[in-house]
Each structure stands twice: as C-alpha cells, then as structure tokens.
Design a protein around this ligand. Sequence first.
Ligand SMILES: Nc1ncnc2c1ncn2[C@@H]1O[C@H](COP(=O)(O)OP(=O)(O)O)[C@@H](O)[C@H]1O
Ligand SMILES: [Mg+2]
Length: 311
Amino acid sequence: MIVDKELFERIIKKKKKLDSLRPFSKASLSRLKENFDVESTYNSNAIEGNTLTKSETKLVIEKGITIGGKPMREYFEAINHKKAIDFIESIVTEKKEITKEIVCKINWFVLDNIEEDEKGIYRLRKVHIEGASFVPPKPDLVPEQMEEFLEWLKENQNKMNIVDFAALAHEKFVFIHPFIDGNGRCTRLLMNLLLMQKGYPSTIILKAEIKKYIRTLDQAHLDNYAPFVNFIARSIERSLALWIDALRIPSESDEDEFISLAEASRLCSYSQEYLSLLARKGKLESIKKGRNWVTTRKAVREYVDKNKGKL
Ligand SMILES: Nc1ncnc2c1ncn2[C@@H]1O[C@H](COP(=O)(O)OP(=O)(O)O)[C@@H](O)[C@H]1O
Ligand SMILES: [Mg+2]
C-alpha cells in the first residue's frame, strides 16, 4: 500500500459515515451535483490555462451564455467539460466496463469544437510536456501502452485499495499522454469515473494547488509515488468531507460540523497559525473550504488526545 496508513483509515471511516447517510435525498444530491459540475469544470480547465472565473464558468454551463472578451475556445472548454462529466456519470450508472472507446469518447467531448481533426483519437504526433522530467512515448507506442493500461485497470480494480488505484491510474494515463491535447482533463475525468464506480464522490484537484499537483506528479513519473498518491488521497478525503457535510442531518452539539481554525484554536492550546501548519501537513484532520482551512471539534479533540504526552 502506498497511501499513508492513517490518512487511508480516515478515508475509509469517512466513506462508512457517508454510506450510513444513504439513501441520499434527491434534492441534496442535485444541489451537490450542480455545485460539483461548476467546481470541477472551473478547476480542471483553469489548471490547463482557461481564464474563465468560477462564476463565468457557472454562467456558461448552466445558462449557455458566452462571456464577452473571452475566446470562444474557453467557452467550448467549459461546455465540453460539463458534457464529459455527464458522459462519465452515464458510464457509472450503466455499470459499463472501461474500454478504449470510452476513453476516446471522453477526449472527444473535451476537444469538441476545438481540435476537430484530432479529437477522440490517439495522437499521431510526438508531444513534449513543458517542465516535465519525462518524455511521453512515441506515437506508434501509444496503442499498445493504452492496451496495457486498460488491462492494468481491469486487473487491479478489485485488488488494489481505491486510493492507490485512482492515483496510479491518473499517473499512468498522463504518462502515456495518449491524445494530442486534453490529457490532463481526461485523466482527471477518468480518475473520477474510477472513484464513482466504487461509490466514492468524484474529487477535484484545485487550481490553487496546481504547483503541488505538477510537482508530485513529476516525482511519481520518477518512481517516487507516495507524494502524489497522498496528494490525491487528501483530495478524496476533502470530497468525502464535503459530501458528509452537505448530506448529514444537523444536530445541536455537532462534533462533525466544520469550524474555522480560529474557533478551533479556542478549543485547545494551539495557536491558529500552528493549527494551520498542522492542517497543511495533513496532521490535523481538516480540509480547505474556499480559501480557508476548516476542521471539526472531533478532529481537534482527537489530535489533542493523541499528542498529549508529546508536549
Ligand atoms: N511537469 C509535469 N510533470 C508531470 N506531468 C505534467 C507536467 N506538466 C503537465 N503534466 C500533466 O499533463 C497535463 C497536461 O496535458 P495536456 O494534454 O495539455 O492536457 P490538457 O489539455 O487537459 O491540459 C497536466 O494536467 C498534468 O496532468
Ligand atoms: Mg493542453
């Protein structure tokens, strides 16, 4: 197992908690989806250089409004990404096995109206990734490596733990770089497909964390997998926490309710700055909501209990 053990246990616990809240109310689910579609489209496209803001992205995908002063390409990227999300959701609902056709179709959606000649087909040209310490395989090796990749998915989907599986699939895919463009967006969509097939909410790699994403991905390409796997693990944990927060039935003395680090620091002897450091390092169970870290009363209590002897 590559993922950090403690982090993995937290994920499993959160997944159980989420499952205990099933069946989810239709209204909450559709609110979650609406929000997710915007967040995911905004972040995934922004990582690849799209300049639409989150609210512009929302206008485009919910109302089909074009944004004055922004290139049509960015408009299509938003529309396309939303269609690709709906497509992968239909694959999950229909319980389909992942095939070459499905992977190519995801790319077809992502590049529709943008790369008309090369959308949805494996690349026929060499590619170079700026800043990367690896060179993707030559085009004639792509079909074979993608076959192996699809085999690997089939072989490991019920063997490997979900976190390692989702993260390694992401890394392998982007390493092959099968398409002329859109590989980043496709691999994130594909990872979400794998997560959803296992009953996990889809997850979002935040634009704000792009440096960490690229750095850890590059390390993974050099066979140092843990930083990237744990990066993805944190992102999965975040999605679970957001879903639990949106779906739970609130009660008064709610130990699972999100609180700010300022409030958390009042519950213990640590400063807000120190709690923020613990949050960033993943030592205190916490997630980033908007620009700020949030935690829960329970997480603070557990951290304090665990580290009592160490002070
Ligand atoms: N320095 C790097 N090291 C490793 N992987 C990288 C690096 N830079 C980019 N990548 C990967 O390549 C993706 C970009 O590939 P690209 O085909 O242009 O996809 P998209 O068009 O969706 O941006 C990034 O999202 C990331 O997954
Ligand atoms: Mg690109």
